[in-house]
Design a protein around this ligand. Structure first.
Ligand SMILES: Cc1cc2nc3c(=O)[nH]c(=O)nc-3n(C[C@H](O)[C@H](O)[C@H](O)COP(=O)(O)OP(=O)(O)OC[C@H]3O[C@@H](n4cnc5c(N)ncnc54)[C@H](O)[C@@H]3O)c2cc1C
Length: 710
């Protein structure tokens, strides 16, 4: 059978895949296109853990055995810090010259008949002609992937550290991380031998060293000389060798989609690995094994093969990328989550807060609160930490309804605490953690202090409502309340504790892997529909997420929307300010925010309004519509309100105008046919519209139309 595969890129991923496929399917037409000549490469050696070799041997044990013979092997890792060597046990490592690896793959490909076309750069995939499968193995800057940015949705995260890959003519005994401090800057090198006389030498600095030491302003030559000086002892005075060794920041590339049409991504084109977790080469070759195996199961069913490949590989890649992302600094994570949170709030129509204060910006207020607590005898400092003295506050436990002697804070045991259930207000600084100065020593807030300090700053000593998840009642809210009330602040008058949205019976949590993000759900439903789904149950009830329940909520919201649109078409836009809130609606909300009763009241009025429309009672229908707008407005769900009209505008505006104009044209033709008593034509027009999902109704005021629900 004729089956053709084109691979763009003769790196480890492209070559290994081409070889594995040709070996299994000699009849397939497989070619690899590579921009460089056969002897070009970047970097020097490639380091792998010995376990990685076992993984790669699952593709072809012979190639891996041949490579292993030409590899350098060692057992442990070394760390050199301030000149002192620490040996870390490991499970064994090996390294090979990158060019030797590529040559091994070239000759394996040649032996089994894969055609490799060197010196041909692909600028546009149209140049490649037709094939059954196009494998994008063209590395981190993949041209194939970038030809379909919307399909693959690539995201790039710039890591903060700067790197350059050098070589050096010496052989280190093991993979070594050497740290050197110089003029209050820190430099790091990862170095390992990949032949008996040559080593890779990756130099790395963080951003403060990059800027502070002047490296950012140096030429590439000057940077090389600087590294030779900094690491003179490690290099034994040798010169570094450059092979287009440019200093750069590492980009973590991720794609949301792995395949599109007949194109599939592998290796660095799919996702890059963090350099500190090493094995970009191993990951790339494992992708190839997974894709080859998927074809072995799916045969020539390309789309099934792609799905299998992704199903098998995505979890593995996901874990490694999580490890890679951990290299981002804490403040960058904080900003990323803050942006995601704001975007989710906006998408769900939540009002923005007057202020979103940050704990890190309120350390003086925290110091003041601790000072008040210590001087009033409710807190004490010990060993750089500051603790709240639970026994000093008799009302402790009132919020969560527990006896203090039965309460455990869930904090790690600490010898400086006077009582085991005292809780931490401030933690002494630890290396590597952010810290601020205080009269009791440098450190950072515990989990509770900042909330009381910020609440009293922005809301005053006493305020109305404090919300939060059910799981926060104890210890967080109990402790907030205690530390504020102990110094005489009234703090919250009312507490609202909401239950969770659960998935598979569990609270959604990243560690359980059972999360659903707002942006994923918003690809399926509109913001107002998702908001309705979350608002309709009582805030204290658990919402067990299911697709079916979400679809029901969407249908229910669309019934409300359809009623308002019918009224708008026939009578005019219902006025929000004329709307009366029925007693059932008000009573339900007055009773502990009983949204299920409030939503039921909306649907009752929708039903009455629809009946009034059907019977031609325009006054009742208009009043019902105004009332529905008023009620939905209270819940932030008014379909005709500013919020949701805008959100629909971008997605549906142009399409909506085009649809209206086409439908109205057809209705004019239908009216003309009816006027001429040509009922065959008029019925045909109505049926055509119905088949397209448009319901036409004849009323005393002429024909009106609505879209079918769902
Ligand atoms: C300097 C450096 C040193 C590294 N050192 C290590 C290491 O020690 N250990 C390790 O495991 N990983 C290392 N990595 C990462 C590792 O090289 C990659 O993760 C791995 O090579 C990915 O393999 P790949 O086949 O997906 O992509 P690549 O190896 O990048 O291969 C892609 C191929 O596609 C070709 N190509 C690109 N665009 C086109 C085009 N438009 N037309 C035709 N051909 C094209 C390129 O020339 C290249 O040959 C290093 C990376 C760099 C940049």
């Amino acid at each position: 059978m004729s089956f053709s595969i084109t691979v763009v890129g003769a790196g480890p991923a492209g070559l290994y895949f081409a070889y594995l496929m040709k070996r299994s399917y000699p009849g397939y037409d497989i070619r690899v296109v590579e921009q460089n000549p056969p002897d070009a490469t970047y970097g020097f050696g490639v380091v792998l853990s010995r376990r990685a070799l076992d993984f790669l041997a699952r593709g072809d044990a012979e190639i891996v055995a041949r490579l292993a013979n030409n590899m350098e092997h060692w057992e442990e890792q070394h760390i050199v810090h301030k000149g002192e060597l620490v040996t870390i046990d490991g499970s064994g490592y090996c390294a090979v010259e990158r060019l030797a690896l590529l040559h091994e793959l070239h000759s394996s490909c040649n032996d089994c008949g894969v055609e490799i076309e060197f010196n041909r750069r692909i600028n546009n995939i149209v140049e490649l002609g037709d094939c059954d499968v196009l494998v994008a193995a063209d590395g981190a800057n993949s041209v194939v992937r970038e030809a379909f940015p919307e399909a693959f949705e690539t995201s790039v995260v710039d890591l903060q550290n700067y790197f350059a890959w050098y070589g050096v003519e010496t052989a280190y005994p093991a993979h070594t991380l050497t740290f050197v401090a110089r003029n209050s800057h820190t430099y790091c090198a990862h170095h390992y031998r990949y032949t008996p006389g040559k080593s890779t030498f990756v130099a790395e600095v963080d951003k403060s060293t990059w800027l502070g030491s002047g490296m950012s302003l140096m030429s590439e030559d000057e940077r090389k000389v600087t590294m030779e000086e900094v690491f003179a002892d490690t290099l034994g005075g040798r010169k570094l060798i450059s092979n287009r060794s440019l200093w750069r920041r590492w980009h973590l590339i991720m794609t949301r989609t792995w395949h599109h049409r007949n194109i599939v991504l592998v290796g660095d084109a799919l996702r890059t690995a963090h350099p500190s977790i090493g094995s970009g080469t191993r990951l790339a070759m494992e992708d190839s094994i997974a894709l080859w195996r998927a074809f072995q199961t799916a045969g020539t069913d390309v789309s099934s093969a792609f799905k299998l490949y992704e199903q098998h590989r995505r979890p593995v890649r996901g874990n490694l990328n999580k490890a890679a992302e951990a290299g981002r600094p804490w403040w960058e994570w904080a900003a990323t989550h803050e942006r995601a949170f704001d975007a989710a709030y906006l998408a769900l129509g939540c009002l923005p807060p007057s202020i979103g204060p940050r704990a890190t910006g309120h350390v003086p207020q925290m110091i003041e609160l601790m000072d008040r607590l210590i001087s009033s005898g409710h807190a004490y400092a010990a060993g750089g930490d500051v603790y709240f003295d639970v026994r000093s506050y008799p009302d402790y436990g009132a919020l969560s309804g527990q006896r203090p002697d039965e309460m455990q804070q869930g904090e790690s045991a600490c010898g400086s605490k006077r009582a085991a259930n005292d809780f931490t207000l401030w933690k002494a600084a630890k290396p590597g953690e952010p810290a601020w100065p205080t009269p009791w020593g440098p450190g950072r807030p515990g989990w509770h202090l900042e909330c009381s300090a910020m609440a009293s700053m922005y809301l005053g000593p006493e305020f109305d409502i404090h919300g939060g998840g059910l799981d926060l009642v104890f210890p967080h809210h109990e402790n907030e309340r205690a530390q504020s009330r102990a110094v005489g602040d009234g703090f919250a008058r009312y507490w609202t504790h909401n239950a969770w949205v659960t998935l598979g019976g569990d609270k959604m949590s990243k560690s359980l892997g059972n999360t659903l993000s707002i942006d994923v759900l918003l690809q399926r439903v509109r913001g107002a529909e998702l908001r309705y789904y979350l608002v309709a149950p009582h805030y204290r009830s658990m919402i067990e997420y299911s697709d079916a329940a979400l679809s029901e909520a969407v249908a229910a919201y669309r019934r409300i929307e359809a009623f308002l649109h019918r009224v708008r078409e026939r009578i005019g836009v219902p006025t929000l300010s004329d709307g009366v809130l029925p007693a059932e609606f008000v009573d339900a909300l007055d009773n502990d925010l009983g949204t299920p009763g409030a939503v039921a009241a909306i649907h009752t009025v929708v039903r009455e309004g629809n009946a009034a429309l059907d019977s031609g009672d325009r006054a009742v229908a208009a009043a019902a519509a105004a009332s529905v707008r008023a009620m939905t407005d209270v819940l932030g769900l008014d379909p005709l309100g500013e919020q949701w009209r805008h959100q629909q505008g971008a997605a549906e505006g142009a399409a909506g105008v085009a649809l209206s104009s086409l439908v109205e044209d057809l209705l004019v033709q239908r009216a003309e046919a009816r006027a001429q008593r040509d009922f065959t034509t008029s019925d045909a027009i109505r049926d055509r519209l119905l088949a397209a999902g448009v319901i036409v109704e004849d009323t005393r005021d002429g024909a009106t139309w609505t879209l079918k629900d769902g």
